[in-house]
Design a binder for this molecule. Sequence first.
Ligand code: ZN
Ligand code: ZN
Length: 187
Amino acid sequence: MKKIVCEKCGSDEILITEQLNPNDDTAIRRYFADAYAMDGGLCFCDSCMEQQRFHVVDIPDVTPANPWRCERCGSSDVQQQAWVRPDTGEVVSFNDCDRGDYWCEPCGEHPRLVRESELMATIEKWFAGDLRPNDDEVISGLNRNDFTTDEAFETACKEKWDARDTESKIGIWRELTRNLKLILKYR
Ligand SMILES: [Zn+2]
Ligand SMILES: [Zn+2]
C-alpha cells in the first residue's frame, strides 16, 4: 500500500490543492492516482502548519496475529467481497453472510476461510496421526535406519518439526496432503 506524507515531518495530515471539475464524477479517483504520480509536489501540512513538499511512501503490509487462511491450501492470499464507495474506495461493509463470497488467489477457487490457529490445529493433528509411511522421513530429512529405535527416530522428527515456523509447516502439509489426493485419484 502507498500513502502520501509530508516530506519534513512525515504526517499524513496534508492538503493537496487541485482544480477538479465538479461534473466529472471520476475526478476524485483520478486525483488520487495523479497525486501519487506527482511525488515531490507541494502540499499544505497541517502538522507543520506551512507549505511542504510531499512524499509517496510504501506502508508495509501488517500481518495480523491470527490471519484468515484458505482452508484448502493454507494461503493467506485470500479475499473477501465488500461494498465499496466507487468514488473514494471507502469500504462500507463486508459481505460475510455467504461462504461463496471468499476467494483464494493461489487456488483460484471459492474455499472456506479459517483462522490460522484453526488451520494449525488441523495441521498439528495431521502431523501427529495422519502421516503416511515415509512422510516423517520426507519432512525431517532424517533416515529411520540411522536410529536404534523407532521411538528415537520419532522424537528426532518431532524436534525438527517443532523447530519449523508456521509458513514452513503449512507448505509441507500442503505438498504432502495434495500428493495424497493425487495418489488416491490415480490409484
Ligand atoms: Zn509536516
Ligand atoms: Zn487456497
